[in-house]
Write a protein of this length. Sequence first.
Length: 73
Amino acid sequence: MFGNTRKELSINTLGIPVIALGIPTVVESAVLVNEALDLFIQKLQNEARSNDYLNELKEKDNYEEIKEALNPR
């Protein structure tokens, strides 16, 4: 079973007037990962002065770097 299977919220089902807002509450994880990688790659390109810098990044935990890259958003 896929898709939106929730019951309708309306005057017919609740007995009172309802105002509906179309706000997306689910985002595909691939979208998030892709945007995070784009930001991280851009940060690497801006800060990389040599392959030594990239090799150092590869050896350490990049969580803080990724968190910093995503901070403006």
